[in-house]
Design a binder for this molecule. Structure first.
Ligand code: HPA
Length: 282
């Protein structure tokens, strides 16, 4: 019987397969959340690889998540975009949820920008607002680093005191200001889903210090930090969280408002990403 392929080997296999399709060595990676896939259209000289062509990637099963990797030049910066992610609520093990993150990090990115659609827990937030993630609450009941530590990837007990890079937060804040794009800055609570929250849960989240709530991003931020990759996060507020409106929440509302915010997010990233590149010897 052949020995079990380790995660490290699987990442190498995925990186190799991607390298045979594109010669881009990305400096920045961007994971695009529900309804935000169009941001990657601003990528030039791009190569698009379906997830089904990448070893150990699953296809995506959620509407609004397309399932493509796009490599190219984004405002002069070699970049990789993931259109679509795997969620824990889809039933995948955490190892699979963070596999694309680890692969993107394995391609050599220095900074990973995580984007998502989220509900506004903060009562000042409105649909189509943007929130820079300053920190997160892991309320998923699991952690992608559970189990034997993969020493080739990172330490057993990673520090998360700056899970979202302060430098990136400053760059995004400053860029938003210069473009006259209003942005909030706050705490993202990651829950398992797939149900949206009850009004009581939203009150609890507010008490815990959350400003936005969603069902992704937290495992990816943890896996990237484990690998020593700098993380930035931006939530696109697609709805006010449960109990803050008399309307029922639907996935369609989330997708529609996310698409509304996508052009604003594209403008912000186009200006912010070149400023995030760190070339020590340049
Ligand atoms: N709750 C959880 N996840 C979400 C929401 C929400 O209100 N909106 C978009 N993703």
């Amino acid at each position: 019987m052949s020995p079990k392929t380790t995660i490290y080997e699987k990442i190498r296999q995925a990186v190799e397969a991607i390298g045979s399709r594109s010669k881009v060595t990305p400096e920045i990676g961007v994971i695009l959340g529900s309804g935000l896939g169009e941001v990657a259209q601003a990528c030039e000289n791009s190569v698009t690889i379906p997830y089904t062509d990448i070893p150990h990637f699953h296809g995506t099963s959620v509407e609004g998540h397309s399932g493509f990797m796009v490599l190219g030049t984004f405002k002069g910066v070699p970049s990789v975009f993931l259109q679509g992610r795997f969620h824990y609520y889809e039933g995948y093990p955490m190892e699979d949820v963070v596999f694309p993150t680890r692969t993107v990090c394995g391609l050599g990115v220095q900074t990973l920008v995580l984007t998502n659609a989220a509900g506004g827990v903060n009562t000042r937030y409105r649909p189509a607002d943007l929130m820079i993630i300053e920190d997160h609450l892991n309320l998923m009941g699991d952690n992608p680093l559970k189990g034997p530590n993969l020493a080739q990837l990172g330490p057993r007990f990673p520090d998360l005191s700056e899970a979202y890079s302060k430098t990136c937060i400053e760059i995004i804040q400053d860029t938003a200001k210069s473009l006259d794009i209003a942005v909030h800055q706050g705490v993202y609570a990651g829950l398992l889903g797939p149900t949206y929250e009850t009004p009581a849960e939203v009150r609890m989240l507010r008490t815990l210090g959350a400003d936005a709530v969603g069902m992704s991003t937290v495992p990816e931020a943890i896996a990237a930090n484990h690998l020593g990759v700098r993380v930035a996060g931006i939530s696109c507020i697609t709805n006010v969280a449960a109990g803050l409106s008399s309307q029922k929440l639907t996935h369609q509302e989330v997708i529609d408002n996310s698409r509304l915010a996508a052009s604003k997010l594209t403008r912000l990233l186009e200006a912010a990403i070149p400023r995030m590149v760190h070339r020590p010897n340049a």
